[in-house]
Design a protein around this ligand. Structure first.
Ligand code: ADP
Length: 737
């Protein structure tokens, strides 16, 4: 047997350190081991050798497994030192005896050594059962008799490593789970889910997000979400968890004596998102009853809150970027819709301008018809001019280059005059026009041309969207403003569209009106014009009942830029007066007597009199088509899809020629209705559209139409297509019969 150096030089129990001193002076006679002199040599040797070791070493000796340990082991026993020294193991460690007792028994009875790695032993060494981990070995110590006198234990506490590894894993999982989350809400949910897997560090957790002057519960785990400790909303004065305090102050706070599961306390931490100048939320983390809130623990929870904050910042930045991209895409869509509408708006008048001109050039106009052809071309050239002027106004406003000239105006008279220019069209359409513009006490400063456009646009819209009832125009002083009201009993505007009708290019889908024509810029231009007068415009409307547009413009000149009052304008005027508006509106009136009876074609001897049904909401286009086709065939012309369907069911034509964009039932709807009906399923249909481009053509063909003609088209082309489709119809009927 080895005789340790220590014994020969320093007596029976040599060794430095506090425990060494204690061991030497200890009254061993009072312990089950008895005085040192009576100890077996092997025990004395081992004790002397280990006393100075830097590693924690413990010897259990004798039938009572009395504990002998060195200085390095003192941290492990904690507050149980010095009572633990020389005391039976079972008395020192009752809390872990069920685990280590059988292990020690095994070593003593079988003489086998054991090895345990990172084993959880909840020692009570600081007054509470603590989560701590140890790696240790038990080896038998033989005494002089050759039997096993005790157990040698080399032990290392690995609590720090185990906790660090666990926390690192949680932080990694947290980063992975919250990194790709969609919005702040998702981040909180994902974080709560990950924290739910770490009840050892956070038995429960709640995440509140700041909202208004309070906060809202975004996610929770390990706690009853309907219970009193998890209110869904925190008002500014709420004291639960002191969360509102933490939110405002931005520093964490420990809350004790919490009646929550698994913990008597919680740490409440601010969640800070980069780029925001105050806390964006609060993390309430339940604290483990088996751990003390030391720096690493606090640091870990701080990192959790930090990760949530940075994930929220990222999600928000991403959301902002997405929203920006979406609004750009929305603008892009609106512009595309606008361009296609504008090109549509141009193609119809262009057809009606080019068609008659070509006919005139070729000398194909019947004698006496020249004036009509020129008038048609002139009218449509004016319509183009009005469109171009509207676009010009719009781009001038966009570029901030519009020049207003505010002049004192007898607004009542001007407004009443403008309104009355619509009277004949309104009355011809079977509507009433009420104008109430009593004289005002003082002149109003307006730009005449702009005011004209404001009134005419509103009247033209009212007329377009009112099929029965009345249109009322009134002017009155309200406070220090003058208010223009244009009211109608028309189709109305759905509630959710009200705020959008003033948006650029916006049109209400499927609105019932006299025509489908329009670009969706009338009202947005009007709004800009009203703003240039320091005024505002709003709309009240109920679908099916009617709409009221109210324009309010301040009296006096204080609100106007001084240099534009009575100023001269240098830009070319874009005002055209009311004639083009009224002229255009009058062409929307579907005058049933004008369309029936169908024109009879002079059938050549022996030729079968074939019938063409024309459907188009533009009266000029209807007339033009009728005139072109009536030379050869019998033509019936109607103003929309529903009328076309009725006319076809009354008397079946040989071919249908229909515009695509019409109010109510449009061209595609008409094709579908005809194809669905057995009687008309094989009727040849030619669609006329102002929409060019391959996509539109493909759409036209896939709708079930037989042919698709894009405006502007030549008279010859039209006649040839109608001819070909009449032949097609004939061939079909022969096949069927
Ligand atoms: P446009 O008439 O050229 O389409 P506007 O900017 O003048 O463009 O009008 C935008 C939309 O607002 C119209 O397409 C229509 O749907 C709706 N609207 C405007 N005035 C009325 C009205 N008096 N009654 C019903 N709807 C209206």
């Amino acid at each position: 047997m080895l005789v340790p150096q220590a014994e020969s030089s320093a007596g029976p129990l040599a060794g430095g350190g506090e425990t060494g001193v204690l061991m030497r002076s200890f009254e061993w006679s009072r312990t089950p081991l008895g005085p040192v002199e009576g100890w077996p040599q092997s025990l004395r040797t081992i004790v002397s050798t280990c006393l100075n070791s830097r590693f924690p070493i413990l010897v259990w000796w004798g039938p009572d497994l009395v504990m002998l340990y060195n200085d390095a082991y003192r941290d492990i026993v904690g507050s149980k030192h010095p009572h633990a020294l020389g005391a039976p193991g079972r008395e020192v460690w009752p809390e872990i005896w069920p685990i280590i007792g059988p292990m020690l028994d095994g070593v003593i009875s079988r003489g086998e050594a054991t090895w345990s790695e990172n084993t959880l032993l909840r020692l009570v060494r600081r007054g509470f059962p603590e989560e701590c981990y140890f790696t240790f070995s038990y080896s038998p110590i033989r005494d002089e008799s050759g039997g096993i006198g005790g157990v040698f234990t080399a032990v290392t506490e690995t609590t720090e490593q185990v906790l660090n590894a666990r926390r690192l894993r949680i932080l990694r999982e947290l980063a992975a789970a919250t990194g790709g989350a969609g919005d702040a809400e998702d981040v909180c949910q994902a974080a709560a889910e990950v924290l739910g897997t770490d009840a050892a560090d956070a038995p429960y957790a709640l995440v509140y997000l700041a909202e208004g002057d309070g906060a809202r519960l975004a996610a929770s785990v390990g706690i009853d979400p309907a219970g009193p400790l998890a209110p869904a909303r925190l008002d500014p004065a709420d004291t639960t968890w002191s969360a509102m305090d933490v939110l405002h102050v931005g520093a964490s706070k420990k809350i004790d004596q919490v009646p929550a599961p698994g913990s008597g306390s919680a740490l409440v931490l601010p969640i800070l998102a980069q780029g925001e100048n105050r806390a964006t939320g609060v993390l309430v983390a339940g604290l483990s009853e088996y751990l003390v809130l030391d720096d690493p623990y606090r640091g870990f929870l701080g990192l959790v809150a930090g990760q949530i904050g940075s994930a929220i910042a990222t999600a928000r930045a991403f959301e902002d970027a997405r929203r920006r991209a979406e609004s750009l895409a929305e603008l892009d869509r609106a512009k595309t819709a606008f361009f296609s509408n504008v090109s549509h708006e141009f193609r119809t008048p262009l057809t009606l301008l080019l068609g008659p001109l070509e006919e005139l050039l070729r000398g194909e106009v019947k004698p006496g018809g020249e004036r009509g052809a020129v008038a048609l071309a002139h009218r449509n050239a004016l319509r183009l001019l009005r469109l171009v002027n509207t676009l010009l106004d719009f781009s001038r406003i966009e570029a901030g280059r519009i020049q207003a000239s505010y002049v004192p105006t007898d607004l009542a008279t001007v407004t009443a005059d403008l309104a009355s220019t619509f009277r004949s069209s309104v009355e011809r359409a079977g509507l009433r026009l009420r104008v109430e513009c009593p004289p005002l006490r003082e002149p109003v400063y307006v730009d005449r041309e702009m005011w004209e456009k404001i009134v005419l646009n509103l009247l033209s819209n009212a007329f377009k969207f009112t099929l029965e009832g009345e249109i009322a125009v009134s002017l009155r002083v309200a406070g220090r403003s003058v208010e223009l009201r244009v009211e109608d009993t028309g189709t109305g505007i759905p509630q959710h569209e009200l705020s959008r009708v003033f948006e650029r290019f916006h049109r209400v889908e499927g609105a019932k009106g006299r025509t489908q024509e329009g670009t969706g810029i009338g009202l947005s231009l009007l709004q800009e014009l009203v703003r240039l007068h320091g005024g505002s415009v709003r709309v009240d409307s109920a679908p099916g009942k009617g709409s009221a547009f109210i324009v309010s413009v301040p009296l006096g000149t204080d609100h106007l830029p001084g240099d534009r009052v009575g100023a001269a304008t240098t830009l070319a005027s874009t005002g055209l007066g009311s004639a083009p508006f009224v002229e255009e509106a009058s062409r929307w009136i579907s005058d049933p007597t004008a369309d029936v009876p169908p024109e009879r074609a002079r059938a050549a001897a022996g030729e079968r009199r074939e019938r063409v049904l024309v459907a188009d909401d533009n009266a000029d286009m209807r007339d033009y088509l009728r005139r072109l086709l009536a030379e050869r065939w019998e033509v019936e012309a109607v103003a929309d899809g529903a009328q076309a369907l009725a006319a076809i069911r009354r008397r079946r034509p040989d071919v249908v020629l229909s515009d695509v964009m019409m109010p109510g039932l449009d061209g595609f709807g008409l094709v579908a209705a005809l194809r669905a009906d057995h009687d008309t399923a094989s009727l040849p249909i030619v669609l006329l559209s102002a929409r060019a481009g391959e996509e539109a053509q493909a759409e036209g063909r896939s709708s079930g139409a037989d042919d698709y003609l894009v405006k502007p088209f030549s008279a010859r082309d039209l006649v040839a297509r109608v001819r070909a489709n009449l032949d097609l119809g004939q061939a079909r009927s022969q096949t069927i019969s």
